[in-house]
Ligand binder design. Structure first.
Ligand SMILES: Cc1cc2nc3c(=O)[nH]c(=O)nc-3n(C[C@H](O)[C@H](O)[C@H](O)COP(=O)(O)O)c2cc1C
Length: 189
């Protein structure tokens, strides 16, 4: 069992990072092998909609997303963690998500090369926003959950938290516990 964490904030040691670490600790506690990828340390260009991937399953862009896609394929579950930037996800996370396009064929179904590994894969989400109302992050949840529903991935759920200053979420025991549980479930369900 492998659980992959995808960190979408540029702040290492920030709120999204802390909660993702909690989720990965939860997965590890349930016996999973875990790995975290910090998107801000990777070079990921935006999807060009060139359609070259539709036939081959290979993306024409040669950057770090190729290696990340391989890790997604090998994982049993992928947990994303991202702050709200302007009522949406960060540019790092959006570039990453758009590049999932290379997993699909021309009809937006799993490319036959990837279907066996993507079928039933778990996908989860952690959001952090500065606004005290955690539902400020609803557009991000909509984006990830719709992607999961559309592609029949196994939706693991969402942890939505509020914090503004770097690392402030460390004081929020409820959010940390929820994130730990999300990770534990990712490794056991
Ligand atoms: C460019 C930028 C845009 C932001 N936009 C929003 C926003 O629209 N709504 C909100 O509630 N918080 C917003 N925030 C606050 C962050 O979501 C908040 O500080 C969060 O805790 C950052 O998480 P991190 O520590 O994981 O980076 C914004 C922060 C930045 C830097």
């Amino acid at each position: 069992m492998k659980v992959l964490g995808i960190m979408g904030s540029p702040r290492i040691g920030g709120n999204s990072d802390i909660l993702l670490d909690q989720a990965l600790a939860g997965a590890k506690s349930a016996g999973a092998e875990v790995e975290k990828i910090i998107l801000n340390q990777k070079k990921i260009s935006g999807c060009q909609d060139c359609k070259k991937c539709n036939e081959t399953g290979l993306c024409a862009l040669k950057d770090d997303m190729g290696g990340i896609r391989q890790k997604i394929l090998e994982a049993d579950a992928v947990i994303h963690s991202v702050p709200v930037y302007y009522w949406s996800m960060t540019a790092q996370m959006k570039a990453y998500l758009d590049r999932w396009t290379a997993f699909f064929d021309a009809d937006w179904r799993w490319h036959k090369a990837f279907y066996p590994q993507m079928k039933g894969k778990g996908i989860g989400l952690i959001t952090v926003c500065g606004d005290p109302n955690v539902h400020t992050a609803d557009p991000i949840v909509h984006s990830f959950k719709s992607t999961a529903d559309f592609t029949k991935l196994r939706w693991l759920g969402t942890v939505m938290a509020s914090a503004m200053g770097k690392g402030e979420i460390a004081k929020n025991e409820t959010a940390k516990q929820e994130a730990f549980e999300l990770g534990r479930q990712a490794a056991t369900s």
